[in-house]
Design a binder for this molecule. Structure first.
Ligand code: MN
Length: 501
């Protein structure tokens, strides 16, 4: 998906006070750490060891170089020794990429028998990193702070999450999003300020007349259609009416035509996410359902009814999740099952749910849509396997973007759904439906979400920190009282505090 080799620069801070021998050991330790971590294969992007920085000029210089190198998606800083933090002001002010402060120490344990003042003077991150932390906080700069020994699995896991988010952040810089048709008429929550989105979140949203896409669909060759039909036969079970010779086979052929045309349209323009609108289908014979599902599975972001914010979020979550088990999809809160503490939500959409979350082999079916007045569309039908997941949305509050994240537990449906012709997931939101839904509603969240079983809330918290946007998290610890306090405090905070850096 990323199409590029990304790197994280590892920058160690110190000063000249310590003398050559100590600085030599500092550089050697940094090199050992970077080499060990790189050869562990634990990280999604490789680390680049940079020379120890000892002066304000060296810090400024390395930060400018990090900014200028397109393969560098973030910088990890570590103060093995004491690095007086006024030296960092100029460099941090200029630095425009994600920052991770790794608060670690080369030695895991204190060598009780041999420790002397030389050891103490070399292994000073316990106070050197606090000096650095002060200036980052004083400058109100977004940062990920990871504490622990650099070889501990929990430390590596946190760093790799942040690295994945850095890659997703780089991917969204200049990301093109296509809207086929506008936002659905009169719908508030899926709309928003596209100019502010480009300033804050980096992506660019353009409108394309559906007729432009229809021309691509009309130009698709029979060979391209046949290749896709073969792929469908290999990948899915096919309902009798949708199979070759079946009553509704023409709808599947038409769906393949739409898929090939849409893919070409997006590829030629370097578009990474898109929206459709069932109210704006002039020139298409059916709502793109199967095409949206299959393009999402390839890594495209998608939002229904013109929801470009969710389309962008789905793409970004897919980049974070690349290669991890679990799937990521566009989703919609559809119908409740009220059952006391087991209350849950049936999640689906009219058609467009990504088969990356499917439990088992999806089934290709054709059914009437009952909305939009077009021909019966093809779609993949499946359920979602039980397990932990996360549902997220970004809304425009007028003066800022707010991300809302809910931890959820996908559970088995209570029975089969023989008459429901769409893909679905059934989940219990944390801490329970009553608190989750009230919190979500009070936060102004959408009915649409980016849903993932591959990433957790920490990824999204890292993203919000990097983007400098508000994040409200609804999880097992959430109470309405605490959540309302957060909302009210944030209202003041985001009015007073200038966003971005
Ligand atoms: Mn929808």
């Amino acid at each position: 998906m990323a199409n590029q080799t990304y790197k994280i620069w590892f920058v160690t801070g110190s000063q000249h006070l310590y003398g050559e021998e100590t600085l030599r050991q500092v550089a050697e330790h940094s090199r050992t750490m970077v080499d060990t971590l790189n050869s562990s294969g634990r990280f999604t992007a490789g680390l680049v060891c940079t020379p120890t920085v000892k002066t304000s000029d060296e810090i400024y210089d390395i930060m400018l170089k990090a900014n200028a190198d397109p393969s560098c998606v973030g910088v990890i800083t570590w103060m093995h020794t004491f690095s007086p933090a006024k030296m960092w002001i100029r460099g941090l002010k200029a630095f425009a990429k994600p920052l991770c402060h790794l608060h670690t120490q080369f030695n895991r344990e204190i060598p009780w028998d041999s420790i002397d003042m030389d050891f103490m003077n070399l292994n000073q991150s316990a106070h050197g990193d606090r000096e650095f932390g002060h200036i980052v906080s004083r400058m109100r700069r977004g940062v990920k702070v990871v504490v622990g020994h650099w070889q501990d699995e929990c430390v590596l896991a946190k760093i790799d999450k942040w690295i994945r988010v850095c890659i997703a952040w780089a991917d969204s810089a200049g990301m093109k999003i296509a809207r086929f048709g506008d936002n659905m008429n009169n719908v508030a929550v899926t709309d928003g300020d596209k100019v502010d989105a480009e300033i804050r979140l980096g992506y660019h949203v353009d409108y394309y007349p559906i007729g432009d896409l229809a021309a691509y669909v009309d130009a698709v060759s029979q060979d391209e259609i046949n290749a896709l039909l073969e792929d469908y036969a290999r990948s899915y079970d096919i309902a009798p009416n949708a199979a070759e010779g079946g009553r509704d086979r023409a709808s599947v052929v038409e769906a393949a035509r739409i898929e090939a045309g849409l893919r070409r349209f997006l590829t030629e323009r370097g578009i990474k996410a898109f929206t459709t609108n069932f109210d704006a289908l002039h020139g298409l014979h059916q709502l793109p359902g199967l095409a949206c599902q299959r393009l999402m599975a390839e890594g495209y972001g998608f939002g229904g009814e013109g929801d470009w914010k969710t389309a962008a979020l789905v793409r970004t979550m897919k980049v974070m999740a690349e290669g991890l088990p679990g799937g990521t999809s566009f989703m919609e809160d559809y119908t409740y099952d009220f059952d006391g503490s087991d209350s849950a939500i049936l999640q689906a959409h009219m058609l467009e749910v990504c088969p990356s979350i499917a439990a088992g082999r999806p089934r290709l079916e054709v059914h009437p849509l009952g909305i939009g007045g077009k021909a019966d569309p093809a779609r993949l039908v499946f359920g979602t396997a039980p397990g932990a997941g996360v549902a997220a949305t970004v809304v425009d509050m007028g003066n800022r973007f707010r991300m809302i994240v809910n931890e959820v537990e996908v559970v088995e449906t209570k029975a089969a759904l023989p008459k429901l012709p769409v893909a679905q997931a059934f989940w219990k939101p944390m801490p329970d439906l009553a608190v989750s839904a009230e919190a979500w509603i009070r936060a102004g969240g959408t009915h649409h979400t980016g849903f993932s079983k591959a990433i957790d809330a920490e990824f999204l918290a890292d993203y919000a920190e990097i983007a400098g946007i508000e994040m409200l998290r609804i999880d097992a610890r959430t109470t309405i009282e605490g959540f309302m306090k957060d909302i009210r405090l944030n209202e003041v905070y985001y009015k007073l505090f200038s966003l971005g850096y």
